[in-house]
Design a protein around this ligand. Sequence first.
Ligand SMILES: [Zn+2]
Length: 174
Amino acid sequence: MTAGTSIGTVRCPFCQHPDSRVVDSRATDDGTAIRRRRQCPECGRRFSTAETASLTVLKRSGVLEPFSRAKVVAGVRKACQGRPVSEDQLALLAQQVEESVRAAGRAEVDAHDVGVTVLTPLRALDEVAYLRYASVYQAFESLDDFERAIARLRSEDAAPAAGRADQREATAAE
Ligand SMILES: [Zn+2]
């Protein structure tokens, strides 16, 4: 696994050598931390660390900033204006988004990918808010884009298990 510079140096607890080599890493079950098995290149001894995984978001402007659930909530809240969506539901959605993004195991993600990750849980929460949000993150350019998205919502709602036979144009965009 190559997480590059996001892995800090960790001093060997046995001989105090200033750095150690990562021999194994895996995310904890909830995805918020990484457990690493390390080996000291100096004395050869092994030890474990549990490190809170840093997650950085690369914005379109090129700026890097730490992942923030509050920012996810702020973006989704705008799309939910006037909709029956509670603050608790927004908080839960942001948590789901963070877990999905972290599950991918990368230390840095595109802001656009975070936006796309929002779509699935938001759709389950409120379809109008979903369409508003999708229009931004999937860059809808015309009414046709809305029509296609609505048609897709309708066909999947009406016949979730009916296969894709009657989705003639929905698939064209994918
Ligand atoms: Zn050592």
